[in-house]
Unconditional design. Structure first.
Length: 395
């Protein structure tokens, strides 16, 4: 079966992470994604270590399923080709700093004159307007300014960056959701629109619970490690061997935990018999639980917890994650074919559709791999026409 976005055409000027990640999600769902790259340098992420053969694993991880078209956007002939493509495109996706697309004549106001139905998605660090809009931004900057760093890590220690690029990827996720909503709206009105997604805005949105607690109490949320500000125990604990995560969200969970660890007296103890009392006495409770959990191995505890319905899990490293039987049964680790490197493992998609499943078959493209194909099929150009463009330095 075809994916839910089969027939949708996306022109992606995405580079490095946020734009390419959003475009990849659309490609996974069946969209025909054409990635525009500089003929000499290509996407900057093609140069990121580590490599598999001579191909960046970073680039491979976020550009599967796309077609690469190499066009020199400083060349007027290339710009004319883009304008011809725009007539056949549903979504234009870009993540340049605000103003860059206008300099090359491909800003939203210019593009909508060519195709009023186009959905123009802009991802940037700080948005298309506002005091900071012209500032450069990277993942760390977004996490830092958006509050994420301030609530991540251990209390009293240096701020800790989230271990993956949630600054970029959070914006990519919001951009994809917004594009799908705009696509649905266009079906009713026939009109396109400009979607402005900022990395900073996205971090603020993802900090919604921390903001809500501040609005309610006036107290500034601080980092608390793996703990939860409103639930206890809810954190990672050491054991005799490896770490494990333990969650007691409901009072029933707490009762089950007390039974497993042989502390039935705690069930009625006023220091611990309600969630509120456990939060108040969290530090003392944590110390006692650490001492108890160090008496057995992690796997011994996990077996006992499963028998009694206690919510717990191992703290998996990446090797354990990609080898996990359940994760593999969910097709979250797949193999794709690369034209030069052969079979490669990639992370699958979490989006599971019952009738129109996502399809992940092709690895990332080589630079300009599909230039001739797209110019022939989309624009009807001949071999002779393409040769002239190459001689002119347009492609």
């Amino acid at each position: 079966m075809a994916g839910p976005l089969v027939g949708l055409k996306v022109l992606s000027f995405g580079r490095v992470l946020s734009g390419p990640y959003a475009a990849m999600m659309m490609a996974d769902m069946g969209a025909d994604v054409i990635k525009i790259e500089d003929p000499i340098k290509g996407d900057l992420s093609r140069n990121n270590d580590p490599y598999i053969g001579d191909v960046s694993s970073y680039f491979l991880s976020i550009n599967r399923g796309k077609k690469s078209v190499a066009l020199n956007l400083r060349n007027e002939k290339s710009k004319e080709l883009i304008k011809q493509m725009l007539l056949k495109i549903d979504i234009l996706l870009e993540n340049y700093r605000p103003g860059v697309m206008k300099k090359i004549g491909l800003d939203y106001d210019s593009v909508k004159k060519i195709n009023p139905r186009i959905l123009y998605v802009s991802i940037s660090g700080f948005g298309q307007y506002g005091d900071y809009s012209q500032r450069p931004a990277y993942d760390l900057i977004a996490q830092s300014m958006g509050g994420t760093l301030s609530i991540t890590g251990e209390l009293g220690r240096h701020p800790v960056r989230v271990g993956y690029s949630i600054g970029d990827m959070g914006a990519a996720l919001y951009a994809t959701v917004a594009a799908m909503a705009a696509l649905y709206e266009r079906e009713r009105t026939g009109m396109g629109q400009h979607i402005d997604v900022a990395m900073l805005d996205s971090q603020v949105a993802l900090c919604e619970n921390a903001c809500a607690r501040f609005f309610a109490t006036g107290k500034i949320p601080r980092p608390i490690g793996t703990k939860h500000p409103l639930v206890a125990p809810f954190q990672v604990f050491p054991t005799q061997t490896d770490d494990m995560a333990v969650v007691t969200f409901k009072n029933e969970d707490w009762i089950n935990l007390c039974k497993v660890i042989g502390k039935e007296a705690w069930i009625e103890d006023k220091r611990y018999n309600t969630m509120s009392s456990r939060i108040i006495n969290a530090a003392t409770l944590e110390g006692m639980l650490i001492e108890i959990f160090r008496q057995k191995s992690r796997d011994e505890w996990l077996v006992l917890f499963e028998q009694e319905g206690v919510i717990a899990s191992p703290v998996n490293n990446i090797e354990q994650v990609v080898s996990d039987r359940h994760i593999n049964s969910r097709e979250m680790i797949l193999e794709v074919s690369h034209k030069r490197l052969g079979k490669l493992k990639v992370v699958g998609t979490p989006m599971k559709f019952s009738r129109t499943p996502c399809s992940i078959k092709k690895a990332s493209p080589d630079l300009g791999e599909h230039t001739d194909e797209v110019l022939k099929e989309m624009l009807g150009m001949s071999v002779k026409d393409i040769k002239k463009l190459k001689e002119a330095g347009a492609v």
